[in-house]
Design a protein around this ligand. Sequence first.
Ligand code: ZN
Ligand code: ZN
Length: 595
Amino acid sequence: MLPNRYDFREAEPRLARFWELNNVYGYDPAGLGQHFTIDTPPLTVSGQLHIGHCYSYTQADVIARYRRMRGDHVYYPMGFDDNGLATERFVEKTIKHKATEIGRDAFINACLELTQQTEGRFETLWRRLSLSVDWRYRYSSISHEARRVSQWSFIQLHRQGLTYTQVAPTPWCPECQTAIAQAEVNDASLPTRFSTIAFRLPGGGILPIATTRPELLPACVAIFVHPNDPRYRHLIGKTARIDSGAFSGSPELAVPILADELADPSRGSGAVMCCTFGDSTDVRWWHTHHLPLRAAIGRDGHMTGLAGSYAGLSVQQARRRILTYLEETGQIISEETIEHDVGTHERCGTPIEYLHTRQWFIRVLDQKERLLEAGRKIRWHPEHMSIRYEHWVENLQWDWCISRQRYFGVPFPAWICRACGETMPASLEQLPVDPQTTQPLVACACGSTEFEPEPDVMDTWATSSCTPMIIGHWIDDPAWFAQHFPASLRPQAHDIIRTWAFYTIVKSLYHTNDIPWREVMISGHGLSADRRKLSKSKEHNEVGPMEIMEKESADALRYWATTGRTGADSPLNLENIATGRRLVTKLWNATRFAE
Ligand SMILES: [Zn+2]
Ligand SMILES: [Zn+2]
């Protein structure tokens, strides 16, 4: 006889123990019949889990359970993405020190310790939520195996000529002090002062230039006008000047007036400064017109020596001081406040700069057709999410920048030859390798045996884009790989289509000439009750998943998660959760009745 009342507080932990002891969700690789492989998102280790995570992970779990009930052998591993910027920022916040303050080794140790603890907490929560994962296949992206796969992948791409280094203007976060990829830049609309500055023309006359970034004046290398703009056509080839005593090394700044179709006659005065570098148009002009490089902003977001007496000031301080100077010297014509689109770093919200630095790239721009074709071979749920992928590929502007000037990540498995400057990749049998503490096994082609380690680490996506290969035991077990690749299903959220889905398709195509998974299920976000997006890293007073499960049961929380549609965001709904709890009681009572 079943007890009168269903007590989830007693039943759920008891059943979780039963599942664990009896290996109920254990995957049998030798099982006859159909196998179903889930490329589970490795959770970024960067703070607290919130109900949004429970929302999307439950949806994937429902598919796993459904396939199991249909008789499939379900390979459902779980991963943790525990290196990269998100993790580093979480650790910096927790230990209240920046990586640069405590040094590379101490910082890496702090990261390892904190991520271990946090992953333990995450697993406890997932078990409490009853995800039917086979925990024997838990992995982490900083593990020995994952580093090996990631570095192996890099070396293969390097051999195929699909990677290159380049000293070039690259999106840069001055807060995190690293290069970032196009996919990590968000568009934000911020209120900004729009100042019109008076440049002097030869023989008298004024050329008005409107700008939101006067602090870039020390980096100004040209003024552009549209070649057909009747107001300025006669000025092309002449020089414009401005008094710059305070903000550059010389009393005046003189720049050429040049013509380019990209200058928009309807914006501001129609004449625009080109600085190295304010935005991606500046980068293009700098390339196409072979302009000089004047780097006025350093890696830490402070002004360089080019800014004269303002050297060392932050961008914001320099902006105020330069505007004051221009006002006092009568060089400002007008000012207004406008909403201005600014690229910001998705991890920290800091406006990005374009800095001229040496970075590693993986080619993607010349592979757009192939990438689009691969996207069409995958079944997307909901179907319209494939359009996001297509738009992203079609609008790519940069190759994939994979180097990060950070600490806690997978190092580049390479050295630089001191004699000839060529890259010397590690031998495959050395992997995983830390070039800071190891040397190449062979001499450089030039004969030299003197090497500098590659100083950078790889973008964390360069590793997490290999998850189908990590769970597929790509390097060491060809039979397992043949059985599990392409994976059956990739569940993931819509905001990382441009990163995780895209990069995984890139790696899969380059390494196997195949798609990484047959189907992708895109989840929406579980939002707060007032429809705000929840965040692991920001403080929030939201009720946490453990609290909800203690009060309403794991089943009830899961019930809410399964009432959302794929791809659609869904606010936390406590009533809906209570309905879920009552439904379980009804099922219990019905079972008792039938007993
Ligand atoms: Zn940042
Ligand atoms: Zn050499």
